[in-house]
Design a protein around this ligand. Sequence first.
Ligand SMILES: Cc1ncc(COP(=O)(O)O)c(C=O)c1O
Length: 424
Amino acid sequence: MSTSTGAVLDAPALWPAQAHVPSVVGRQLVIERGEGSYIVTADGRRLFDGTAGLWHANIGHSRPELAEAAAEQMRRLETYHIFGRFVNDQALTLADRLSALSPIPDSKVILNSGGSDAIDVACKLARRHWQREGRLDKRVILSRQFAYHGLHAFGTSIAGLDFNREGYGGESLVPETARIPLHDLDATIELIAEIGADRIAAVVTEPIQGTGGVHPPQEGYLRRLADICEANDILLILDEVITGFGRTGTMFAAERFGVTPDLLTFAKGVTSGYAPLGGVLVGARIWQPFYRDDADTPIFRHGATYAGHATACAVAMRNLDVLEQEALLPRVKDLESQMVDGLDALAARNPSVREVRVCGFLGGVSLVDTVDAVRVADALIDVGFVSRPLRGNTLQLSPPFITTDDELRDYIDAIDATVTAEAQ
Ligand SMILES: Cc1ncc(COP(=O)(O)O)c(C=O)c1O
């Protein structure tokens, strides 16, 4: 598709900063409505949301009970900040509830506006921890090859997808970061020795790598990584922005994989996207020094006007109610086994499918080089289904948890037919 320079320059004022502008101008999908697992475009197309937006719409779109929770809270108090002596009741209640759900025992909760924010807080707090301990050289943040941790300053700096990290005039936007391989723990141990454990503050990892192509951890990977961190006095930050709140069938993937991180970041699923909210679950060893009853006790000094936004917190609580009342975590387990069966059968019958990977209700379908996942995702829209091309010529499948058995089967069938048509 080519568009004249004039038309590109005359495009709408909204800069889609995660798009190649000339490729999308004139063909943007304007989403006007949501209906459960479907979205509806301004020109009336109804699409099955097979990615749950950006892995966020876990309970489905446009649910009235969530709108009511927001409206009710806004009528009482839209929000009030949590600086100094001030706090709001919704932030307090939500933090208690999250702490009770947390896989980190006795955690405190820092609340902010999304996943990139949460990553900034976690990395900043990891560095701060070691500075406060007097271990001044422990500043390097390690992340995995192909990782995605959002695009604020730290997320950009620790990006494992190089194109997200490059272009800012230095080794990384925030200095002192390095990448470890996707799966190879022996090489990780070597790299830690090379850099020096006394220079490394933390390792950040997604439990299941999402944007990098849907890569579940290899058997025992996360537990062994946690052991390596512990042996080297390196903090483990688990980025559960995608996996948190049920995507793997447990509340957090940490439970599924049997690891206890020092810090855990969350966002998306905490509100299913009904309000911008994210945060960090913080282990006792990190928070306790900031809670000592002493005049010398330091202040972390991190905050924002909308940290603990009361309406976002009220919406999060209603979202957590829905997860519980509709037993959506057990449903995710059921959907996972259907996705495993469906995608295994797809890989067996469709020669254009190179590999399928499923963990939780989260799947990746990697295609052979001759079939372009970008074109397949485009063609899928024409037949009423949303997928997303990820790194490695891979299609993302992460539908809402309210997806029916029939909808999942139709989605996989549509992928099969579309891949076959593109392979002709
Ligand atoms: C693993 C992970 N971390 C962080 C982020 C950033 O979250 P947000 O887009 O809410 O800033 C994302 C977003 O997709 C993500 O997948």
